[in-house]
Design a protein. Structure first.
Length: 367
């Protein structure tokens, strides 16, 4: 769907290690030196969903297909990135192409792993990155104001309206405040400006607190400080041990669950990142269930039945007649499609129906 989550952070905080574990592919080089990642690594990651496994127990399909999420591992930023330090401008442009930012923050001490700033301080690290994102946005808005000013002098009404918003936005950013807190973010003028600029601080941020194994069950002082910082900004912190997650890549489900239980963790940090990222992007899944495959289809929340059908094939939308729908809960409770229909739980929905997360759907169409 062209939506992605960008992993950012200072060099050597565990981004590539996290990425390796996310992809289960070990294809992003991770090493103990800055700028190990130069070109952004990209990967399509399956979204874990136990509902598919439950559906498969009933349907017994040949295969299961999960929804997916795109992750981009962007090289480490440093102080001065907005001015080109550490190839910063190139890396910042990579972030612009993503929709949600996952900021990996080092929250553990280890004398054998160097830190680019020489010490462990998660709030300082976060502020370095976010300051650079602000500087980059400031520069982008200043350039847009120059362009809009020229158009406004030619009596372009749209340019004049955008210019007023851009100038207010510039003042807002100059005060050190992220674009996401700007009062005019819902205006048509701002949306038009941001359609091209894709301002960095307008994006939603999740923080990934990279800890050692001992801090997975109980927060250490670094995680506590990061959570306080994130809470003030209405952001979430997801705790993970990137090194351990990477080590578990080759574990089967039973071994993985056993290790997590031993560490007192219900869900791995990586699964939390995927699930929360999926939600932050405004995405959800509906299902199709047949003997060939049980499959999750990715749609935006609030999608109508014809638009959901188009995800399978454009012809399904063009010739849409109606959708046969069974809720996931009813499908499971009554042992499949036949049982649900017998219990009167099969619904026929039209073009205005808003698909719900977990709907099992069959589309009728005519082209």
């Amino acid at each position: 769907m062209g939506l992605s989550i960008g992993l950012v952070g200072l060099p050597n905080v565990g981004k590539s290690t996290t990425f390796n574990a996310l992809t289960k592919a070990q294809n992003a080089e991770s090493a103990n030196y800055p700028f190990c990642t130069i070109e952004p690594n990209k990967a399509v990651v399956p979204v874990p969903d136990k509902r598919l496994e439950e559906l498969a127990k009933i349907v017994n399909p040949e295969r299961i297909q999960y929804s997916t999420l795109d992750f981009v591992d962007i090289a480490g930023l440093v102080k001065g990135a907005s001015k080109g330090e550490g190839l910063g401008n190139k890396f910042l442009s990579n972030i612009r192409e993503t929709e949600v930012i996952l900021h990996i923050v080092r929250c553990f001490e280890d004398p054998n792993v160097v830190h680019v700033e020489g010490s462990i301080d998660p709030i300082r690290d976060v502020e370095i990155i976010e300051q650079e994102l602000l500087f980059a946005d400031l520069d982008a808005v200043e350039k847009r104001i120059t362009l809009l000013s020229k158009k406004a002098r030619g009596n372009d009404k749209s340019a004049k309206a955008q210019l007023a918003v851009a100038e207010a936005l510039l003042e807002h950013i100059s005060e050190g405040r992220p674009v996401s807190t700007f009062d005019g973010v819902d205006s048509d003028e701002f949306k038009e400006i941001n359609k091209d600029l894709r301002l960095l601080t307008s994006k939603e941020i999740m923080y990934g607190a990279n800890v050692d194994e001992d801090s997975l069950e109980e927060d250490n002082e670094f995680v506590t400080k990061l959570k306080e910082y994130a809470s003030e900004r209405n952001s979430e912190v997801i705790k993970l041990c990137a090194k351990m997650e990477e080590e578990m890549v080759d574990f089967d489900d039973e071994e993985r669950n056993e290790m997590l239980n031993d560490l007192g963790v219900e869900e791995s940090g990586l699964d939390q990142i995927i699930h929360k990222g999926f939600d932050k992007l405004g995405l959800m899944s509906y299902f199709t269930a047949g003997v060939k495959e049980v499959r999750a289809w990715t749609i935006r929340k609030g999608t109508t039945a014809p638009k959901a059908a188009a995800v399978i094939h454009n012809d399904f939308e063009k010739g849409f007649i109606r959708a046969e729908v069974i809720s996931y809960e009813d499908f499971i409770e009554f042992g499949g499609e036949a049982g649900a229909k017998e219990a009167g739980k099969n619904r026929l929905e039209g073009k205005e129906y808003i698909v719900q997360d977990g709907d099992i759907m069959h589309f009728r169409f005519n082209v």
